[in-house]
Design a protein. Structure first.
Length: 188
């Protein structure tokens, strides 16, 4: 359990079908345990399909369509990974705008595994220090990011990690950054 308390803070989790289930459920539980309110935001309505690697996992109920979501209503954004999830979100204009708004408002953003793909298309990684699943490093560097192969990288409220194995460090840093609130250096 985190030593940081984020009571009263709403945290958007942006995802779609193909999300890596543990990269949703572990940070979700960390937010709840720290007193925050997680909200599942996705394109469309109904449910999204989680995956455990290539095997179907559980389904999760969507709380809010991304087209109707506003960063103004949240304190932070979490982007779980999963190849299919990230590949679909990266071309969704509403998802791009929603993610970009958190950077523009200096709010904490946490992205793990393949999730930074969306942030390339949202135009917010240039000049930023980050990590991701190793296969994204060329894409991220080509977009101007400073990629490194580290368990967790934090850059002015922007938290990134590589794989499910990094979740303990990712969750701790994510909660710490949400507790700290807005970061002036967190910009689009």
């Amino acid at each position: 359990m985190s030593p940081h308390n984020i009571s009263g803070k709403k945290v958007a989790f942006l995802l779609t079908d193909g999300v890596e289930q543990i990269e949703l459920t572990s940070p979700w539980d960390a937010v709840k345990q720290a007193g925050g309110e997680p909200v599942l935001v996705a394109p469309g309505s109904g449910t999204v399909q989680g995956f455990n690697g290539t095997d179907k996992g559980d389904t999760f109920t969507i709380d809010l369509a991304v087209a109707d979501a506003k960063a103004d209503d949240f304190h932070a954004l979490v982007l779980p990974g999963g190849v299919v999830n990230a590949d679909h979100l990266r071309v969704d204009k509403d998802a791009q705008e929603f993610a970009r708004a958190f950077f523009a408002q200096h709010k904490p953003v946490a992205a793990i595994c393949h999730a930074p793909w969306l942030l390339i298309d949202a135009g917010v990684v240039s000049g930023r220090d980050l990590t991701s699943y190793h296969t994204l490093q060329t894409d991220l560097r080509n977009a101007g990011a400073n990629w490194s192969d580290d368990e967790v990288v934090t850059d002015q409220g922007f938290v990134t990690s590589r794989t499910p194995g990094d979740l303990p460090a990712f969750n701790d840093k994510m909660i710490e950054e949400i507790a700290e609130g807005e970061h002036e250096g967190q910009t689009a």
